[in-house]
Design a binder for this molecule. Structure first.
Ligand code: SF4
Length: 500
């Protein structure tokens, strides 16, 4: 079995890699498969190495397309008209790549594709039958082309690039026809990254993670909102999430610009001791001695065990947990201000609240852009501005995949104009988590009204508690969460291994 992962790439100058092309460019110009994607976090987004990012930036691709300059999948841009997303290097008017001569290895390979076999033990080279040209072309020509490409992929410099950027090797896909195995590359990856199979965390893995959380008994009313797959999955557009099965425990890792970390402790039915120790060995292998190696979102019940194992625990911002009836009724003096704002909104506006539909996506996008400008005009600090920019891909994931990930959304329209949206999920049968909330800040009382209505709906559907997650350390957000009188703050910790 082989493992794969990704790591820092040195700043050395790497000669350009040029692969032979089989599909004539006139065919590509008439086709609409490549460079366009249905979802913002599509697994098929092109991967750029550090060197390729430098070239893409020089070619005019926006820096915001590359959240991790050391290498990663590009952030897609929404299509200006209609549904879907484009690679930021794609020019939809001419259907061409703006950096064609400098396009990454990932794109040069296509419609050939590097992928793992189903058990993740072998790297394969295949051809993607989604490419219409490859469907028509005679197989001998494809095989000849693949053989030429294989010789190049076996070159030590190219193999080294693949080992350092294993996300260039995708997951097994049934519509990719296998042409060859790459034993040398498989061995090189195993030598570099270790013997444990590491899987990209995708939509298909959500049920697996849910089952592990159930087995571990982590989901109860006072659990952290992070005890849910969607909490992590939504950041897939920004970070890269991976999971590893270690001794029956589901271990979720995130790869950030600072390095790798576990975004939750190992999730399993038994003691965390053995899987945690193996997971930390992986972090050590991938990060070296970087302080990025840590376990995030440790619930308080696991703190004694971490401490017994010698970990240093740091308190993070807690989650805010409220009684649903308090927020749905806003009764009494303590909620006078919020109640007055809700009343004002109802008095002054004629609005309708309805379920979010995929067709609302463009309006949500416009609202989020507007809301970000309003927040910045109000004097958001640099940290808040960074959080805001980072949040955009996460909102995109939720807008396009809400129903797939078990999230419900609601929108408020005033005279037909979408001016607020909210999304949330059920952590347990009786705890509803508010995941996202965006409103037009120029409409007095809209935010309070949206929140109260969300809580009323949740209460009617069985909620006893409402979890609104943490305040990200932002004083304004903290004040407004405190003003709603939480029933409790759910402690959250990060764990660091003691230095040897
Ligand atoms: S880099 Fe160029 S070829 Fe690759 S997906 Fe983007 S637009 Fe297409």
């Amino acid at each position: 079995m082989s493992a794969y992962t990704d790591e820092l790439v040195g700043a050395s100058v790497i000669p350009p890699i040029v692969l032979p092309q089989l599909v004539p460019s006139r065919t590509c110009l008439q086709c609409d498969v490549c460079c366009r994607f249905p979802d913002p976090d599509s697994a098929l987004r092109p991967y750029f190495t550090e060197n390729e990012i430098t070239k893409a930036l020089a070619g005019g691709v926006a820096a915001t397309a590359f959240p991790d300059r050391r290498g990663g999948q590009v952030l897609l841009v929404p299509a200006a008209h209609g549904e879907g997303y484009f690679c930021p290097a794609f020019n939809p008017e001419t259907s061409t790549c703006r950096i064609y001569e400098q396009r990454p290895l990932d794109c040069q390979l296509y419609p050939l594709a590097l992928m793992w076999d189903e058990p993740q033990g072998q790297v394969l080279l295949g051809w993607d039958t989604k490419c219409p040209f490859m469907r028509d072309e005679i197989p001998e020509d494809i095989q000849r082309h693949a053989d030429r490409t294989l010789d190049l992929l076996d070159r030590p410099d190219i193999r080294e690039q693949l080992v350092l950027h294993p996300r260039l090797i995708g997951k097994f896909q049934e519509d990719v026809v296998v042409l060859a195995r790459l034993p040398h590359l498989t061995d090189a990856l195993a030598r570099h990254w270790g013997p444990v199979p590491v899987h990209r965390f995708t939509l298909d893995d959500i049920p697996r993670m849910k089952a592990a959380l159930d087995r571990a008994g982590w989901c109860h009313d006072r659990s952290l909102a992070a005890s849910s797959p969607v909490y992590h999955y939504m950041w897939n557009g920004l970070l890269a999430y991976w999971w590893v099965d270690i001794q029956g425990a589901f271990c979720l890792f995130a790869q950030s610009p600072d390095g790798w970390f576990m975004s939750l402790p190992p999730i399993g039915a038994g003691s965390i001791d053995a899987p945690l120790s193996e997971a930390m060995e992986l972090l050590q292998r991938w990060n070296g001695d970087s302080p990025a190696s840590r376990v995030e979102n440790v619930p308080s019940q696991l703190v004694p065990e971490f401490e017994r194992l010698g970990y240093r625990m740091t308190a993070k911002e807690p989650d805010y947990l409220y009684r649903a009836t308090d927020l749905a009724t806003l009764a009494g003096d303590r909620y006078r201000a919020q109640r007055a704002l809700c009343n004002r909104f109802e008095r002054e506006q004629s609005s309708e609240m309805g379920l979010y539909r995929l067709g609302d996506r463009q309006d949500c996008r416009a609202l989020l852009a507007n809301w970000s400008q309003q927040k910045q005009a109000e004097g958001l600090g640099p940290f808040g501005a960074m959080l805001l920019a980072d949040a955009v891909p996460a909102h995109e994931v939720i807008w396009s995949q809400a129903s797939d990930v078990g999230v419900t959304g609601r929108v408020v329209k005033i005279h037909g104009r979408l001016c607020a949206y909210t999304f949330g999920y059920w952590l347990t049968n009786t705890t509803f988590c508010v995941l996202l909330e965006v409103t037009d800040r120029t409409v007095p009382g809209l935010a309070q009204y949206l929140f109260r209505e969300t809580c009323r709906t949740a209460l009617a559907e069985g909620a006893v508690y409402i979890n609104t997650m943490d305040d990200a350390g932002l004083p304004g957000l903290r004040a407004s969460k405190q003003a709603y009188r939480p029933a409790m703050l759910i402690p959250n910790f990060a764990a660091f291994q003691a230095r040897k």
